[in-house]
Design a protein around this ligand. Structure first.
Ligand code: AHG
Ligand code: MN
Ligand code: MN
Ligand code: MN
Length: 342
């Protein structure tokens, strides 16, 4: 290989965060330190997932969580790793996790300014089959009035819409570990974990969703429970009046289906239905963080009433919502079908 082909000007996540911080002149550096703790948790979770079958970490933990999921051993390990990393950052005041019924408060850091929401292992039903899973996160900044010693911070501090997120993203543990992060009002950037260096390297700068793509991603096994308009919509993709039918791709891990949709385009959906009237996916740590990534990449994200997903306010920290997200023109087709049936 000629000397000139070696890229020696590598952008790691750490360098990216340092450069991002220069955009906020009065930044304290706390957000950057929080993200360093976040990236450690992703590296650590990736380590255990890739060894699960070798160290007896597959299978069920024997417990279930408040949203009724049976917890896998890795759900619990991933949750513990994430909680320790957030506590250890000293920059996280409160934490909501899919695997914790109650809000977690780090009272040892009363001046910490961030609230984090997370789905430690997303797609855990796929774990034992070695299929890609991920971690989803969202970061809110606490209002001044809730910061400082003695201030009582409760779950209501997190019952805000996705538009209040300061950053969100996910890490997919696939063929390689892919981290995607976006800041409020910013772009979407993708990083690939270089295992031998233990560094996330910028490989997908400024990710933009294709405006259209004939790929749909939904669990058709729920069709019997869908509203009429919803069945009509998917039918129109499979039996189009003009053109070719869409291709179906469903992995069953939101992070993996979302990452493919972000790269290739198309639509991902988990509609609310008669079996799950509020939908299955949780607003705080699945819907809202993903919606922000997709909007910042030029896509759209709506709920089952075609309301902007970023505007939806959770009623409680494990509240759920229907979700349709993806390429702008593909989500518009859902909206058009919904409006036709109103
Ligand atoms: P989690 O593993 O964090 O509980 O999330 C699972 C979610 C999401 O990852 C995926 O899109 C969806 O469940 C799949 O649900 P179905 O198996 O009902 O299709
Ligand atoms: Mn679960
Ligand atoms: Mn999940
Ligand atoms: Mn999960």
């Amino acid at each position: 290989v000629g000397q000139e082909n070696i890229n020696t000007d590598i952008v790691t996540l750490s360098r990216f965060l340092t450069e991002e911080q220069t955009k906020y002149p009065d930044a304290s550096g706390d957000f950057t330190l929080l993200c360093h703790a976040l990236q450690f948790s992703f590296k650590s979770i990736a380590y255990y997932i890739r060894r699960a079958s070798l160290i007896n970490l597959t299978g069920l933990a024997g417990s279930s969580n408040i949203t009724g999921d049976d917890q896998k051993k890795l759900d619990v390990i991933g949750n513990d790793i994430f909680i320790s990393a957030m506590r250890g950052s000293g920059k996280c005041r409160i934490l909501v996790s899919e695997e914790e019924e109650e809000l977690i408060k780090f009272d040892e850091y009363p001046d910490a300014r961030y609230a984090v929401v997370c789905d430690p292992i997303d797609g855990s039903s796929n774990l034992d089959a070695g299929v890609s899973v991920g971690t989803i996160f969202g970061i809110f900044q606490l209002p001044e009035e809730l910061m400082g010693a003695g201030k009582e911070v409760g779950p209501e501090a997190l019952l805000h819409p996705g538009t209040s997120l300061v950053a969100s993203g996910f890490t997919m543990y696939g063929a390689s570990a892919q981290l995607v992060i976006t800041m409020r009002g910013g772009g979407v950037n993708g990083f690939t974990l270089e295992n031998s260096l233990g560094e996330f390297i910028l490989t997908h700068p400024n990710m933009r969703l294709p405006e259209s793509r004939a790929i749909y991603s939904v669990n058709e096994g729920n069709s019997m429970y869908w509203d009429e308009w919803c069945n009509q919509y998917f039918h129109s993709l499979k039996f189009p009046e003009d053109g070719k039918p869409y291709s179906a791709r469903y992995i069953g891990s939101m992070v993996a289906d979302a990452y493919r949709t972000l790269l290739y385009g198309g639509i991902f959906a988990y509609p609310a239905d008669s079996k799950s009237p509020k939908g299955k996916l949780r607003i705080l740590y699945e819907c809202a963080p993903m919606a922000m990534v997709f909007e910042n990449a030029g896509g759209l994200a709506v709920n089952s009433r075609m309301e902007r997903l970023m505007d939806v306010v959770p009623e409680h920290i494990h509240d759920k919502s229907g979700v349709f997200l993806g390429s702008k023109n593909e989500v518009q087709k859902v909206i058009d079908m919904y409006n036709k049936h109103k």
